[in-house]
Design a protein around this ligand. Structure first.
Ligand code: ATP
Ligand code: MG
Length: 422
């Protein structure tokens, strides 16, 4: 990280030596002024993409974003890459998401195309001077997220900015300026032009962060939640349930998207129960995961937490092997954290999850002993492979976890005696 930062200063220096204007731009300037670490250091310049390539040589540059005026300068494995963007003005946004074309321009104009004042500043890392055409420093001091220019026009141009506004505002614990809020309410129903991947990416960043409750509350206040997760509205609708959802999100002590999603979707996934329908709790979660193209891992984890949060919360009343089978699953620590957050949101005892947490610390040979038997062992013992195998092996595993059998020989005896019952 420090190496990338140093490299980006070198890039600025080289451009300046070649007679161009060059500055850090956007997020890294904001992070610098906030005293936060930046992942990337973007450089903006009045050099055209061709001129940038000439300065750093074709071997060290990638023209991947050249049509938008962005050249990637490669500093090698240790120093990483720096994106150098020509000052530009974005032209036309007919798809509500991306500019149709760009025109190269000046630093001042380039600031105007950026989304929020706190993201619209430049910084000269050589002279150590801020260049602020948009009042970003003042808003940063006051903790305010404000659109650059007319917020209606800015959200009309690019609907993704609505989610970015909520993300910056929640993760930095900043206020969202009023006209900016009003414009978001106006365009909330257009959020669907944003791709599922981008929506999911923004939601991940909001929900992983420990200000996730603020993010969810803002999305709801701004009516974006009705668009993004209409499933919540009809069900969580009741004020008390929303307040409990907020509380649990606030109390979640782990920076995990799936755990937070499970808390967010919990009441929506109980709809069938509330309506007295058969208990099929994870259906809405599956639909949402598909809609946002979440990873298989995320999808499975969210559903698994939703299926088992009730049980983990009364883990102290559950038979040990049953609890053990939960605790040996990979996302068990997340389940425990989600369960704890729910208990605390309800202001009731965490004894159950505390018990689960103490048991998950057991040594591996006690918590998750190696199986006594596998399919190969059954075949070797003369059994015909078939659909019964999995059931038999699970039963053997249960017996082992119940400590009723302890050796492979005992396991085979058990199978012989019980085969017809399994
Ligand atoms: P972070 O990287 O922490 O998400 P960032 O501000 O660096 O924050 P990026 O997506 O990396 O965000 O974008 C870099 C800069 O490009 C922003 O600071 C902003 O000036 C500009 N920018 C990014 N996305 C948009 C957008 N959708 N509309 C207008 N300007 C944008
Ligand atoms: Mg960035």
């Amino acid at each position: 990280l420090a190496a990338t930062r140093a490299f980006s200063i070198e890039v600025v220096q080289q451009l300046k030596q070649a007679g161009f204007q060059a500055l850090w731009a956007g997020g890294c300037v904001r992070d610098l002024l906030l005293g936060r670490e930046s992942k990337d250091f973007d450089v903006a310049t009045n050099a055209t993409p061709d001129e940038v390539r000439d300065v750093f040589g074709h071997d060290h540059t990638l023209p991947i974003g050249a049509s938008f005026g962005v050249i990637t300068v490669n500093g090698g494995r240790r120093r990483g890459q720096v994106e150098v963007a020509t000052f530009r003005t974005d032209m036309g946004y007919s798809d509500g998401r991306r500019p149709d074309a760009v025109r190269f321009s000046s630093a001042e104009e380039d600031a105007q195309r950026r989304d929020f004042t706190i993201n619209g500043m430049f910084y000269d890392p050589v002279e150590e001077k801020v260049l602020d055409y948009v009042g970003g420093q003042r808003d940063l001091k006051n903790g305010l997220v404000r659109s650059i220019g007319n917020p209606y026009l800015r959200f009309e141009e690019d609907k993704l900015r609505m989610l970015r506004a909520v993300r910056f505002s929640s993760t930095f614990a900043f206020d969202l300026e009023l006209a900016t809020q009003r414009a978001i309410r106006e365009f909330a129903s257009h959020i669907h032009v944003v791709s599922a991947e981008r929506i999911a990416a923004e939601m991940r960043r909001m929900l992983v962060d420990n200000h996730r409750m603020i993010a969810v509350r803002m999305l709801r206040d701004l009516t974006l939640m009705d668009e993004l997760l209409p499933e919540l509205d009809s069900v969580v609708g009741h004020a008390l349930r929303w307040s409990e959802t907020y509380q649990s999100l606030e109390r979640l002590q782990v920076a995990d998207f799936s755990a937070a999603m499970a808390l967010l979707l919990r009441y929506a996934c109980q709809r069938s129960v509330l309506n007295g329908e058969p208990h099929r709790p994870v259906e809405p979660a599956a639909a949402i995961a598909a809609r946002w193209k979440l990873t298989n891992d995320e999808t499975k984890t969210i559903q698994w937490i939703l299926r088992h949060e009730g049980l983990i919360r009364r883990a102290d009343e559950v038979a040990w092997p049953k609890l053990q089978r939960l605790l040996i699953q990979e996302p068990a620590p997340l389940l425990i954290e989600a369960g704890r957050a729910i208990q605390r949101a309800k202001a009731i005892s965490t004894e159950g999850v505390d018990y689960a947490r103490s048991r998950i610390e057991l040594p591996e040979e006690d918590l998750n002993p190696a199986p006594l038997l596998n399919g190969g062992d059954l075949i070797q013992a003369g059994y015909q492979p078939g659909p019964q195998f999995q059931r038999v092996l699970e039963a053997v595993r249960d017996e082992q976890l119940e400590k009723r059998i302890a050796t492979t020989a005992e396991a085979l005896d058990f199978v012989k005696v019980q085969w017809d019952n399994l």
